[in-house]
Design a protein around this ligand. Structure first.
Ligand SMILES: Cc1cc2nc3c(=O)[nH]c(=O)nc-3n(C[C@H](O)[C@H](O)[C@H](O)COP(=O)(O)O)c2cc1C
Length: 179
């Protein structure tokens, strides 16, 4: 086996660990070029049978952002984000895996934004699918699986606690915890 444990690869691992959900954004806009650079990366997310069942709505309209920020009490960050990306997913194209496929694309968006110094937070949509479809004229076969609020960070949150490896890793059998 060839190990690739260089300082470069350590940097990438650290990059993954330093992403945080950002909920307060500066008012400065994000250029279209940056938004499209991020969505271009999202295209490379893995999906079952490479079906790529995702589409993206780039939202900058303040009135629509306000409406989305009211879908539930944890959606407020959308109201102060200069951009939100709604990840919508074709349930007919990928009936079994559409949620996981599109979650991969959503995660790629968040990581690409992080690489560019932008902050993001995933806003839950799955309890409000019909309401969001109505607000954004989305057909019923396409499910909004995430709203990614995005902007230049105006906060630096502490890392959220994480479970320890020994709590979540098993060896060969579920009944054998990590020693
Ligand atoms: C499926 C999903 C739904 C989430 N929904 C919301 C939400 O509606 N509002 C919110 O402020 N954060 C939401 N989050 C962000 C989580 O609260 C956050 O990822 C978690 O607390 C860990 O913090 P971190 O992202 O800074 O590591 C969601 C995250 C995921 C993956």
């Amino acid at each position: 086996m060839v190990e690739n444990n260089t300082s470069e690869s350590k940097k990438y691992l650290e990059f993954l660990k330093t992403r945080r959900s950002i909920r307060i954004f500066k008012p400065e806009p994000i250029s279209d070029d940056l938004v499209f650079e991020i969505l271009d990366v999202a295209r490379f997310a893995p999906s079952a049978k490479n079906m790529q069942p995702w589409e993206f709505i780039v939202m900058k309209n303040k009135e629509l952002l306000k409406k989305l920020s009211r879908i539930h009490r944890w959606a407020k960050p959308v109201s102060n984000a200069p951009v939100a990306i709604v990840v919508i997913c074709d349930k007919e194209l990928a009936p079994i895996s559409y949620q996981v496929d599109c979650a991969n694309a959503a995660m790629y968006i968040m990581l690409a934004a992080h690489a560019l110094g932008l902050g993001t937070v995933w806003i839950q949509t799955l309890r409000n699918v019909k309401e969001i479809q109505k607000i954004l004229n989305i057909p019923s076969s396409k499910i909004p699986i995430a709203i990614i609020a995005m902007g230049w960070p105006a906060e630096k949150p502490e890392p959220k606690p994480r479970k320890q490896l020994r709590e979540i890793v098993h060896e060969n059998l579920y009944s054998t915890p990590l020693t």
